[in-house]
Design a protein around this ligand. Structure first.
Ligand SMILES: NC(=O)c1ccc[n+]([C@@H]2O[C@H](COP(=O)([O-])OP(=O)(O)OC[C@H]3O[C@@H](n4cnc5c(N)ncnc54)[C@H](O)[C@@H]3O)[C@@H](O)[C@H]2O)c1
Ligand SMILES: [Zn+2]
Length: 343
């Protein structure tokens, strides 16, 4: 799939990767230690690989010092300006390895092999790279497109269930904001069957089809609005509430994944959409029913009143107004400015 500057390769397994690397003479792999088996496979099949560096993928480690560690390693290895940095891991790894590549020698190429569902449908597509600063997420970074993103659902087999579901929320989100009912319903059905005990291996083909569709939606949005001046903002569906939920979770020490916050955020956004008359009555109820079936979180761990304060501090807020992405229906979203105090 090639979309303007965005190149996405979707294959069943990792074996198609050497072909993508063929044109590169110097490849440096930066990988999440939890996917070392995938990396062994890559290193043994690609002669272009000049070295591999293991990193620890946690939000605490997602900081400039870790990126500088990658930069120093590239210097030690004598990586030239023709190098390709290959990130293998989830969004934390692709964000950091991509950022290191973007600043090393004023920018060398990078490519992604996302190994989480979240990274396959979201983080590894679109060119946003960066790190956290203190408690502030993704405060520093650049937008620069990877040479390619290589997606294969097969690497998801080892992903812990909670991480899988975190990505599943973004998968469902993608189909709510674009592509509409068929993909949305297929995604809910697939997640429901997994919830009922169907092994992941039995639904791999269907999962790969949905991941490819979602990756295509994101690539399309980004290619039309790379620097988020307009349409790209719709990828924030559910995220205004989600960021408030995550803020409150950090403050209270509550364990909440990003995807869980996004799932609840979408339910709250659907309720708000109905309340302000953007969505027909019943949309929120439908989402709630589907999300429960799919095994996604629907209940906010905090009262909505607590989220208001956090929301006004959201980085997308200007003055008292918060920019919400609301839903007219499945596959149809709209931007609406609302004063959170009136919610
Ligand atoms: N750049 C963007 O556009 C963008 C978009 C969304 C999110 N993000 C960023 O992505 C990050 C979240 O991404 P994520 O959910 O992929 O997180 P992650 O990179 O932390 O991965 C989640 C967990 O899964 C493990 N893991 C990864 N692949 C695995 C596999 N195949 N088998 C077993 N374990 C595996 C990791 O070690 C980690 O413990 C956040 O930092 C977020 O800011 C970036
Ligand atoms: Zn998200």
């Amino acid at each position: 799939m090639m979309n303007n500057k965005i190149s996405i390769v979707v294959k069943e397994g990792i074996e198609g990767l050497p072909e993508c690397l063929a044109g590169w003479r110097e490849v440096y792999v930066v990988f999440d230690r939890n996917v070392s088996e995938v990396v062994e496979d890559i290193v043994s099949h690609c002669r272009e690989v000049k070295g591999s560096l293991e990193i620890v993928a946690t939000e605490e480690e997602k900081r400039i010092e870790t990126v500088m560690g990658i930069v120093r390693w590239l210097m030690d290895k004598g990586a030239s300006r023709k190098a390709l940095v290959l990130a293998v891991g989830g969004g934390i790894t692709t964000d950091m390895a991509g950022f290191a590549a973007c600043i090393y020698k004023r920018g060398v190429a990078y490519a992604n092999v996302p190994t989480t569902l979240l990274a396959q449908v979201d983080a590894a597509i679109g060119g946003k790279t960066g790190v956290n600063v203190d408690d502030y997420k993704n405060m520093v970074g650049v937008i620069r497109q990877p040479a390619f993103t290589y997606i294969c659902a097969d690497v998801l087999r080892t992903l812990p269930r909670r991480d899988f579901l975190s990505g599943a929320a973004e998968l469902v989100k993608t189909f709510i904001l674009e592509d509409g009912a068929p993909h949305y319903e297929d995604a809910v059905a697939l997640l429901a069957s997994l919830r009922d005990g169907t092994p992941l291996g039995a639904v791999m083909t269907e999962l790969a089809r949905l991941v490819e569709a979602a990756a295509g939606v994101k690539a399309g949005v980004v290619s039309r609005d790379e620097f988020e001046t307009g349409e790209r903002k719709k990828l924030n569906l559910g995220h205004t509430f989600a960021h408030a939920l995550e803020h409150e979770a950090r403050r209270t020490g509550t364990d909440l994944t990003h995807g869980e916050a996004v799932a609840v955020g979408m339910i709250l956004a659907a309720e708000l959409s109905e309340r302000v008359g953007v969505a027909p009555e019943g949309l929120a109820e439908r989402l709630r029913r589907d999300f429960v079936a799919a095994g996604l979180l629907v209940e906010s761990p905090f009262p909505v009143s607590v989220l208001r304060d956090a929301m006004t501090k959201d980085k997308k807020a200007e003055g008292d107004i918060v920019h919400f992405v609301l839903m007219r229906g499945i596959g149809d979203v709209v931007f609406v400015d609302i004063d959170p105090l009136k919610i």
